[in-house]
Design a protein around this ligand. Structure first.
Ligand code: SF4
Length: 551
């Protein structure tokens, strides 16, 4: 994660930032102003080769850290050679060089500006003249010499002035018109240029630049008395009566501690260093909270605050959300209607929901919207029991939604599923860098952060209701062993929770074609995409949020 260099005056620019600026001004803005980064370190690979490469060549390379207040530039020149009495800065690139009209190698514009900036910085700092810089492209094994001329120095100066002005701007620049740049851009998964183009042109057919899946594991620690510690760059899981388990931290996406499982300070530090969210669920399956060091930049939070403080924006987004959830609930009932014992009743409910959905657009306040949502939910949960097949035992049936605490097995499954979903939505919000406490629909009445409650609405049917109904119809639950009943309250037993987690995590790994962007992603990636699309709503690239409706 980018750590601000507190020792340096903020007015100087890093040469690498100037390189980003020359590549795409939006890339510069995202990195320098919004401090955006991707979770996947691998996407950063390739922008620059590191010192090892130079060392491999068995040459004497020098390394210098330089800063010039007068030039407004700083940077580490880590590949420096002396040739014929002149100092020559080198830049190594993993990829191929550009080619001119005659197919001759030439540097990419951003690489050229970067090596000129290093040369100019050296001249300013050391009081020498640098005749040229060199760029080596390793993929096609080409070495290009870039002469350092007055025109080149002027270019650097002008780029610094423009980049500094952009750094002060409150507005994120639009996506580049050169789409090819985006396919190689490390920040494409957070910039979402194709989705921005789609937002402006509904005929646009976006290419997926957002990773389809995240193959890291969500580590659930269920057994009370289990301890998560640290062993070097690994998490060490110590369970009673079992050998310790070691998991490389790079394979972990989240740590979820259920009940009274423990985690050490050292393990928390390791998770913080690797941007791994640590989440806590109570023994009763309630989401307790998260330890997550990821913070969005203040610029982005100010924009979120400004947008969501506007009642009209809040109402507009809330309508999209309620419509998305209502449509999804109705579609789910439609899917299960055929052949159901109460087909006529389901048909009636589906028709009533259809008649009610247009009321959402006409709502003039959040209170009115809440009323419509409540009516839709009453219809949906009134009909949901009829999606259970005739062979489902009476113990697994239910007659409507109840919670805090759940009073039947079906509701116990739903409640635990919604707690896991809340945790995942929180994780996605924190990964993106928004403020979870600032939502637009739910009011801050409970412990749960309103924005997370808002976003959950999009996924309740897809990630919880559907797998719960399907698993009951498949007779996957043991009515005794998987549940604990205390008086009127019903909870999942340890075995039941383990079984549910498996079901839920498997569901998250399934791919689904996004109905608007047209590309497929796993549900776990869709959670993050949805948060990013929400942010686009107040960045002038809106219209794609809350469109995830079952077909
Ligand atoms: S993805 Fe494209 S528009 Fe976005 S920062 Fe990268 S190059 Fe610029």
């Amino acid at each position: 994660m980018f750590a601000p260099d507190l020792d340096l005056p903020q007015s100087t620019l890093r040469v690498s930032a100037l390189h980003a600026f020359a590549y795409c001004d939006r890339l510069f803005y995202l990195e320098e102003v919004e401090e955006l980064y991707t979770q996947d370190a691998a996407v950063f690979a390739g922008r620059r080769l590191h010192a090892e490469l130079e060392k491999q060549e068995g040459e004497d390379w020098e390394e210098l850290f330089l800063e010039s207040d007068r030039l407004g530039l700083r940077g580490k020149v880590d590949a420096l050679r002396t040739r014929d009495g002149h100092i020559i800065p080198y830049e190594h690139k993993r990829g191929r060089s550009a080619r001119d009209d005659r197919k001759q190698p030439e540097p990419w514009d951003s690489d050229r500006l970067q090596i000129l900036a290093y040369a100019y910085l050296l001249e300013h700092s050391l009081g020498v003249t640098i005749p040229e810089g060199r760029i080596r492209y390793h993929a096609d094994n080409v070495l290009i010499k870039v002469p350092v001329t007055d025109t080149g120095r002027q270019e650097v100066q002008q780029a610094i002035a423009r980049a500094r002005a952009l750094r002060e701007s409150p507005r994120r620049p639009p996506v580049t018109t050169n789409e090819r740049l985006c396919t190689r851009c490390s920040l494409a998964p957070v910039c979402l240029p194709e989705e921005a183009r789609l937002a402006h042109d509904r005929e646009w057919q976006p290419v997926r630049l957002f990773p389809k899946d995240d193959d890291r594991e969500v580590l659930h620690v269920l057994e009370p008395g289990t301890r998560v510690g640290r062993s070097s760059e690994q998490l060490k899981i110590t369970r009673r009566d079992r050998p310790d388990e070691l998991l490389p931290v790079r394979q972990i996406a989240q740590v979820v501690l259920h009940s009274f499982a423990q985690i050490s300070t050292q393990a928390l530090h390791l998770c913080a260093e690797h941007d791994i969210g640590v989440h806590f669920l109570s023994g009763g399956g309630r989401f307790v909270g998260s330890f997550d060091p990821r913070q969005g930049s203040i610029q982005r939070r100010i924009r979120q605050y400004a947008a969501l403080s506007d009642p009209d924006t809040g109402l507009r987004l809330a309508k999209q959300l309620v419509l998305c959830r209502g449509k999804g609930q109705r579609k789910f009932l439609m899917r299960g209607r055929k052949g159901a014992a109460e087909e006529a009743l389901l048909t009636q409910t589906i028709a009533r929901m259809k008649a009610m959905l247009p009321q959402i657009e006409n709502a003039t306040s959040l209170a009115e919207l809440l009323g419509i949502e409540g009516n839709l939910a009453a219809l949906y949960f009134g009909a949901l029991p009829h999606l259970l097949g005739e062979a489902v035992p009476a113990e697994m049936r239910f007659s409507g939604r109840n919670r805090r605490p759940p009073k039947d097995r079906f509701n116990a499954l739903l409640s635990f599923g919604y707690a896991l979903l809340l945790k995942d939505v929180m994780n996605a919000i924190l990964a993106v860098g928004l403020e979870p406490a600032l939502g637009f629909y739910h009011q801050p009445r409970t412990q749960a952060p309103p924005l997370a409650l808002d976003l959950m609405e999009i996924f309740r049917v897809l990630l919880v209701d559907m797998p719960v109904v399907a698993s009951i119809n498949r007779h996957q639950w043991e009515v005794q062993a998987d549940f604990e009943i205390r008086g009127e309250q019903v909870w999942l037993s340890d075995a039941g929770r383990a079984k549910f987690i498996e079901l839920y995590e498997r569901r998250k790994q399934e791919s689904w074609k996004h109905p608007v962007t047209g590309y497929s992603l796993t549900y776990r990636r869709l959670l993050e995409l949805e948060v990013r699309l929400l942010e686009k709503e107040w960045n002038g690239e809106g219209g794609l949020f809350a469109q995830l409706v079952l077909r």
